[in-house]
Design a protein around this ligand. Structure first.
Ligand code: DHB
Ligand code: MG
Length: 224
């Protein structure tokens, strides 16, 4: 094998996905329908969806909160993982995206176990807290990055000891090590890291990922 046809991280991701990930028609259509949203193509990959579902099952999660619905691709993975007795609340700013997601959740057969809260996610989460909603077992943060510190705080408020937190996109092609970055997404992720660093309520780590979506990563954390 010459350097020119050396395997790429994307090719490996495709291989692993082909071998291990069962993406049915409803999931595939949901993933492809991200093209109809305000942020085409930023949904998680199939392997990441399967990973999220496994984490939810390993945690025994019944109630999951998601920040950032987009087309509902990750929502379907999570909703299937929590089972028919489970419940997913997913927050989405855009009514356009929520409409795409509703259709996808319906087709995937999970709409009865999912509530989409349309509007600024910080407001939606605040309402949940005011209503005294039951604690969530897992929180997946995958929305606008500048609000990451706010979402983290709300995840802690809406969780309980043992609640699992996962935050997507914490590496951004390596850009997060640039302390002088003016990219609001990078600033948001760095602010999240500052918050996790100082927070005695949370145990956290973060892992870099490569694959179909290039170089990025996620943080995995747990409320003490
Ligand atoms: C962006 C957001 C995401 O959630 C993602 O997975 C990739 C990119 C972005 O806003 O750039
Ligand atoms: Mg993301």
């Amino acid at each position: 094998m010459t350097d020119q046809d050396a395997p790429t991280a994307a090719a490996v991701d495709r291989y692993l996905t082909d071998m291990l990930v069962n993406e049915d028609e409803a999931l595939r259509l949901a993933r492809e329908s991200s093209a109809e949203t305000t942020a085409p193509g930023i949904e998680i990959t199939p392997a990441q969806g399967a990973f999220l579902a496994l984490i939810a099952q390993i945690a025994g999660a019944r109630r999951v909160l998601e920040f950032g619905t987009l087309a509902g691709y990750s929502t379907i993975w999570i909703a299937r993982a929590v089972g028919p007795e489970g419940h997913v609340v997913t927050c989405e700013l855009s009514e356009q995206n929520a409409a795409v997601a509703r259709r996808n959740l319906e087709r995937a057969g999970v709409s009865e176990r999912v509530d989409i809260l349309v509007g600024p996610a910080l407001d939606s989460a605040r309402s949940l807290a005011q209503e005294g909603t039951e604690p969530f077992d897992l929180v997946f943060v995958d929305a606008d990055k500048p609000n990451n510190p706010g979402y983290l705080e709300q995840a802690v408020q809406l969780g309980r000891p043992g609640t699992v937190l996962i935050v997507d996109n914490v590496v951004r092609g390596g850009a997060i090590v640039d302390a002088s970055s003016e990219d609001p997404n990078v600033i948001g992720v760095r602010a999240l890291m500052d918050a996790l660093h100082d927070d005695p309520r949370i145990d956290a780590t973060a892992l870099q990922t490569v694959g179909l979506k290039g170089w990025d990563g996620f943080s995995l954390a747990r409320i003490r």
